[in-house]
Design a protein around this ligand. Structure first.
Ligand SMILES: Nc1ncnc2c1ncn2[C@@H]1O[C@H](COP(=O)(O)OP(=O)(O)OP(=O)(O)O)[C@@H](O)[C@H]1O
Length: 254
């Protein structure tokens, strides 16, 4: 398993936020994390990324306890794109994306043309090549989100953690980012609110009140009973006549 969590607990000022969460993500897999607002998705992402330390339990990256790894080692293997992540300094988009190369640079391995190429490629795949010289502060919310993803890609991680990556994006860019996530040769954990988009993940984990209450293949997890009990909605499954794909339509619970 490339990334795993065993019995994670995390509290904020004595209030339990995450309780007894265990999961394992296989190499190359896309695991979707879903759950209502405040259910613990972002907290779990931050624990998996090593940004937060669990009060109890262990996160392993490539089989090794993350707590025993150096920050640089973790950053060479794993990148996190947080929700509403901000870059406060006055920088260009290219500067911000170049930061993704930091874990790979050293006195013996200074910036090179290869790094320029990696940064250019990362900007291109999120359709931001034309924005490289722009001031970060002038970007729209969706352009920032795509530039943050470019920064994470420039890091060339083996594991990519994306917290609501389609937030702020128009429908074209939502679909292109999700397609990118599916096709990237990396292991991905992605928190999503759109349950129809989540259906494309290999597996889904469902957070509810700080616990992981379901984990499995999307159609096995998203039962009408779970949608009612966890999300408080009534669901109807429809079939798209153009390609036979199933989609879920949601109604307020009766
Ligand atoms: N540092 C903190 N101090 C106090 N409470 C916190 C802290 N961090 C998170 N929480 C609380 O923990 C709960 C889980 O938050 P989290 O951000 O993980 O939820 P989420 O599932 O990502 O929600 P959303 O879908 O709204 O983004 C929330 O009730 C939140 O208010």
């Amino acid at each position: 398993m490339i990334l795993s969590a065993e019995a994670l607990h995390w509290s904020a000022r004595g209030v339990p936020i995450l309780r007894d969460v265990s999961l394992a993500v296989a190499q190359g897999e896309t695991l979707g994390l879903i759950g209502p607002n405040g259910s613990g998705k972002s907290t779990l992402m931050r624990l998996l990324a090593g940004v937060l330390r669990p009060d109890a339990g262990t996160v392993r990256l490539g089989g090794r306890p993350m707590a025993a790894m150096r920050r640089r080692e973790v950053a060479q293997l794993l990148a996190l794109v947080e929700q509403q992540a901000e870059t406060a300094d006055r920088v260009t988009v290219r500067d911000a994306v170049e930061l993704g190369r930091t874990p790979w640079l050293s006195m013996l391995r200074p910036w090179s043309a290869a790094d320029d190429a990696i940064v250019a490629e990362a900007l291109a795949v999120v359709e931001m090549a034309g924005f490289a010289a722009r001031d970060w502060a002038t970007l729209s919310g969706g352009e920032r989100q795509r530039a943050h993803i470019a920064r994470a890609l420039a890091q060339q991680p083996r594991v990519l953690l994306l917290d609501e990556p389609t937030n702020h994006l128009d429908i074209h860019h939502q679909l292109s980012i999700l397609r990118l996530v599916e096709t990237l040769p990396v292991t991905t954990v992605v928190a999503l609110h759109d349950l129809n988009q989540a259906l494309n993940c290999d597996r889904l984990g469902v957070m509810h009140r700080g616990r992981l209450v379901a984990l499995g293949r999307p159609w096995e997890v998203l039962t009408t009973a779970l949608l009612r009990d966890v999300f408080g909605v009534r669901a109807a499954v429809l079939t798209d006549p153009t390609d036979g794909a199933r989609v879920i339509r949601f109604h307020a619970a009766d």
